[in-house]
Every structure is written in structure tokens, then in C-alpha cells.
Write a protein that binds this ligand. Sequence first.
Ligand code: MN
Length: 234
Amino acid sequence: MSAEFVITPPHRATLPVVGTTAQFPVRRAYCIGRNYAAHAREMGGDPTREPPFFFQKSADCLQPIPHDGVTDHPYPTLTSNYHHEIEMVVALKSGGVDIPVEKALDHVFGYAVGLDMTRRDLQDEAKQLRRPWDAGKSSDFSGPCGPLYPVTQVGHLSKGFIRVSVDGVVKQSGDLADMIWSVAEQISILSKAYRLEAGDVIFSGTPDGVGPVTRGQTMLAEVEHLGAITLKVV
Ligand code: MN
């Protein structure tokens, strides 16, 4: 017996798996805040003493971006300070609660290059007024993401360049090795707060150099071993 719905079931975000026609269905999108020391400092934090914190971006904000060509990325409403945050995205094939650090990477399906695009003016206002971050972090299309690279193909990534350029000028350039909390630690800590499930993705933080883009500009986002994606802000 097939289920009866009163409306057409909403579209579920999926990410392509590199080199295949297969898709990875996304359940939730978690993001860690201030996970590279220099970025924590530029946002006014102290990287040496702060435990990690996480927020969620609506999964339907993920925008799958192919490696080939230039993909249009719509500039969102309500902002005049829309920032790029280059991040490595971690996709889970299984989950659980209270996952020990040493078992955490067993749950990873693969990795992709992504951007945690942020309406910084709305995020700053939310911080000031002690309101939630959703308006800053969960605008439509705010999670552009490249094809997923399975662990079976690239292994686990703990070092390698992560960078984004805007109109050919490098704006953020870091190394995965500079994460304050490793991917395994992020999974373990998150699993104490939420039951993680297959289909969850984690944006693992951004290095320093975040900054605005405007319509007409082109972003080239790259993580070593995960290829590059090119987006034109429209
Ligand atoms: Mn971020």
C-alpha cells in the first residue's frame, strides 16, 4: 500500500557522488562555528578556550554544484553583506548517539567542497539582539556543495589546502590540518547532542578571510583531493 499525501512530498536535497550517477540524500546539515583559530579571532572569539558549538542550516538550502562549468548562485534577499565561508563537508552513511572519537570516522561516507554562505549583516544583528542565527545562515541556496568523494576513493582527509578565490583573487586560504576540532571529534561531540543518522552532513568550519561577494562576481572554491566548484553570483 503506498502512502497517501495531501500535498506532493517536498523535494529532498541530494548530492551527486563523483564519477557515478548515484545521489546521496541529505537528512540534516550541521555546521560547526569558529573551527579554525585565525577565523575564530577574526570573529572576535578566543580559539584556545571555547568549546565547539554547532548550528543547523536547513538541508533544503544545499545547492549541488557540478565540477564542470559555472553554476549560477542566486544572491539572497534582505542582505547587503553576503559572505563566503569555504568549508569541507562531511557526509555520514550511518550514525548513532555517544559515538566515541575513535569510532567516529567509521560513519563517514565521503567528503565534498562546500560553502557556508552567510548573510553576515543578519547574523551580526542576531548576535547583537541574542536572536537565533537562522536568518543569517539558512537563506535559500546558502549551502553550495560539490560532488561527494567516497572514503573508499580518497580516504579520510586531515590535511590539504582549502581555499576560495573571488574574481581570481584568493580570499581564504587555509589547511584542513588547522581545524581546532577534528572531523572525528566533531562527529563524536555532535552525537552527544543529537542522534546522528545516515544522510546527515557536517560543514566542518572555515579558515580566516571570510568576506562579501556581490552579484556578477565569480567564486572558485577548492579543497585538496575534492576538486573545485565555480559559482557566479547572480
Ligand atoms: Mn561556517
